[in-house]
Design a protein around this ligand. Structure first.
Ligand code: NAD
Length: 425
């Protein structure tokens, strides 16, 4: 499964604005000055290019390519490249800002960026996609760079595209420069431990939160929505640490077993059934898969898609703790309901930041010219995730706010302080 650099997905109840809504609350709590607020609100750089590509039928088609660097205050900008038919500047701007907060929360020395090309990769041949990636790279040759802006995969792109990007960038510089992009295939300088990194971070966040809530992992139950990369790894690692995974689901259905689902069996089933849980017999099939979200469990891990906890079901949620594996699973309006009910939600920008953390490790290893063992990667990412959790928790206590707003406070405070030390013009 292609690695996807963390990025928020549109909140249907309040598209893109939801990020700013939370940013604004945090900025107010922090007492951010208008000057700094305006600096952080606006992207540092926006580049739009036209990419003429020779299609397989011999005709030239022109695609629009975008790259937005929201901030490089903390370090080189970091963010994925999205190939999708509906890519547009506003969306890329919001996604870039979101990367700034995410990197700041886990305290990695990156700013935020995002890129996109408006195209439909499903309708393009491999050759057409390759030419498009190479053209986009050349058009952004002065934007990208290991010390300037480091792209990664996002929707519609994966390790294959990152390999082409690295190759094109390297050719233009007359030498191999692996650190210009992350999410590369392992043989091209990708990092061990990256596949499980996001699910692993979810596990670390869940255990840290359970400790605060005094939930004993060995008597705790857990439901996981989504059994892809993030969900299956989170389920497996949480099960290994004592939790009973009583329900899992994917787009084909949800399964419940009060005695605990055998996660290894479920993974084996998935591998043997084109990546789905269809026909899984290790649990009872739930009539309404959406009921998984409102089950009485200690821990709920939404790890499938955006906007699954909304005003429509938030008041029915019975979990004590929500750990957001997916990006944007909780709508801004549902936040208020969960807070009212006293349910702790470890927000996406913290809980699923294990992925970008190991992306950072890939860049570090490329620059060192040295490969870390999976064990070293895991230990270091666990430490970063745990430290980030503790910092956000402390901010939640200090400012008397929910974990989500606390995560924004931590991020904005860090960027704002760095900005005030560095200074403007
Ligand atoms: P994936 O494609 O590997 O898995 C998605 C899973 O969700 C699949 O099992 C799919 O069947 C399931 N699903 C789809 N619709 C569903 C539905 N209606 N009900 C229940 N399950 C459904 O994707 P992934 O990489 O695991 O990503 C999952 C989420 O985590 C996304 O929001 C993604 O943006 C986010 N995320 C992923 C990473 C990463 O490293 N992969 C990092 C950060 C955030």
């Amino acid at each position: 499964m292609a690695y996807i650099e963390p990025a928020p997905i549109k909140d249907k109840e309040n598209p893109l604005e939801s990020m700013m809504e939370r940013f604004n609350i945090a900025a107010e709590k922090l007492g951010l000055s208008d000057e700094v607020y305006n600096v952080l609100k606006n992207p540092a750089k926006q580049v739009i290019v036209s990419l003429p590509i020779t299609m397989d039928n011999g005709k030239i088609q022109v695609f629009e390519g975008i790259r937005v660097i929201h901030s490089n205050i903390l370090g080189p900008a970091k963010g994925g490249i999205r190939f999708a038919p509906d890519v547009h500047l506003d969306e890329v701007r919001a996604l870039a800002a979101w990367m700034t907060w995410k990197c700041a929360v886990v305290d990695i020395p990156y700013g935020g960026a995002k890129g996109g090309v408006r195209c439909n990769p499903r309708e393009m041949s491999k050759g057409e996609i390759e030419r498009l990636v190479r053209a986009y790279t050349m058009a952004m040759i002065d934007v990208f760079g290991p010390d300037k802006d480091i792209p990664a995969p996002d929707m519609g792109t994966g390790p294959r595209e990152m390999a082409w990007l690295m190759d094109e960038y390297s050719k233009a510089h007359g030498m191999t420069i692996q650190a210009v992009v992350t999410g590369k295939p392992l043989v091209l300088g990708g990092s061990l431990g990256r596949t499980e990194a996001t699910g692993r971070g979810v596990m670390v966040s869940a255990l840290a939160a359970m400790q605060k809530l005094k939930i004993n992992p060995f008597s705790a139950t857990c439901a996981v929505q989504g059994f892809g990369n993030v969900g299956s790894w989170a389920a497996q690692l949480l099960e290994e640490r004592g939790l009973k995974i009583v329900a899992i689901s994917d787009h084909t259905g949800a399964f419940y077993n009060a005695a605990g689902i055998n996660v290894q069996e479920a993974i084996k089933h998935k591998e043997a059934h084109s990546g789905t849980l269809e026909g899984f017999t290790g649990g009872d099939r739930m009539e309404n898969p959406g009921d998984l979200l409102t089950m009485e469990v200690d821990v709920l891990v939404p790890a499938a898609m955006e906007d699954v906890i909304t005003v429509a079901n938030a008041d029915k949620i019975r979990a004590k703790l929500i750990v957001e594996g997916a990006n944007g699973p909780t709508s801004a309006k549902a936040d208020a309901i969960l807070n009212e009910k006293g349910i702790m939600a470890v927000p996406d920008i913290l809980a699923n930041a294990g992925g970008v953390t190991v992306s950072y490790f890939e860049w570090v290893q490329n620059r060192l010219g040295y490969k870390w063992t999976a064990d070293r990667v895991n230990r270091r990412s666990d430490r970063i995730m745990k430290d980030a959790f503790d910092t956000v928790y402390a901010a939640a206590v200090k400012y008397e706010v929910p974990m989500r707003i606390a995560a924004y406070i931590v991020a904005i405070d860090k960027v704002a302080k760095t900005y005030s030390f560095r200074g403007g013009f």
